[in-house]
Design a protein around this ligand. Sequence first.
Ligand SMILES: *Cc1c(COP(=O)(O)O)cnc(C)c1O
Length: 386
Amino acid sequence: MANFIPLSVPNFSGKEKEYVNDAVVSEWVSTGGSKVGGFEQAIADYVKMPRAVACNSGTSGLHLAMLCAGIGAGDEVIAPTLTFIAAINPIRYVCAEPVFIGCDDTLCIDPKEVKRFCEEECQMVEGQLVNKTSNRPVKALLIVHVFGNMAKMEELMEIAKTYNLKVIEDATEALGTYYTSGIYAGKYAGTIGDVGVYSFNGNKLITTGSGGMLVSNHPDWAEHAKHLSTQAKSDELQFFHDEVGYNYRLTNLQAALGLAQMEQIEGFIAHKHQMWEMYRQALDGKNGLRLLKFRDEEARCNKWFYAVYLEDARHDRDTVLKTLAEQGIQTRPVWALIHEQADYGRNQVFGAEKAQDYRSKIVNIPCSTNLTQEDCQRVIDALLAL
Ligand SMILES: *Cc1c(COP(=O)(O)O)cnc(C)c1O
């Protein structure tokens, strides 16, 4: 059989081995050493923020974001139903509840539905939005920049301002995505709301094996996140801890990998663009297929993950997945909607029709930063032959 083409795998063609070796030789493999601070600064500089706080996964970063935003027991958070569950579970970690909203054609949370929920399903009580059904305070809006696309931040931030909501950006898939026009021109995904989080899991644009990074427009929130991620230790010597903290630290070994990856990030994005364009020209509008667009008019998107939409009803998603798997091509469906997951069935959900449709008709196709043109052509041929 022809070579296996994976969906999204790491690309270690830079100085990864050298930097990891430096860390091993220095014996700083855990949380001391210079590389964690260096990696934090590299990300902060890249997304044009004063500081960034490293943590051991995107999930732990999102948990820290919830804690920094002051979300707690009995609060509600407006959140997308079309997303990876790691975006939503941190709401429960802080004993709050999500209210689910569907997506628009960006695949990100639909501002129109968010607005409708705030207007019609809630009321303002002394400056606090309150859900009329549950009688619980609605404290925050969680936005996920799906597949590296830019969510409609102009509208979402306006709604958040009107209803006094904190904005948490899950930018785990969107490192490198920024606005090129409009009021947020030059602003990176993750840096527009109150707090944003990136992930360096193995399938993301850059990887540290596992890792995450938090940025915030409130310097004290970033400070608090660092404190919480390092056991909330409040003095150097005596082991006093002023609240319940976590061991959410990134290691020096992981940061070494991250530093080498950051040197290549723009090249990775250029490659993502090139391959997406090759797929688009060959597939979009052909054989009952559509390649889902990014918001290229308003933003430079990192184009992390590619989504083929099975427009023609004769294409059955699971048959497509199987047919490509048989040819050694790894693909996957988009996530099952969160309001249909075991522990979220009792939460409210609004305007999820589009999300249902995308859930049933999207197939993600190989998009690694080391995908060759030959591999790309093989995927195209397989899709055109469906
Ligand atoms: C990857 C991802 C996360 C979690 O990141 P980890 O580093 O794997 O914990 C959260 N949300 C979304 C949307 C993701 O894609």
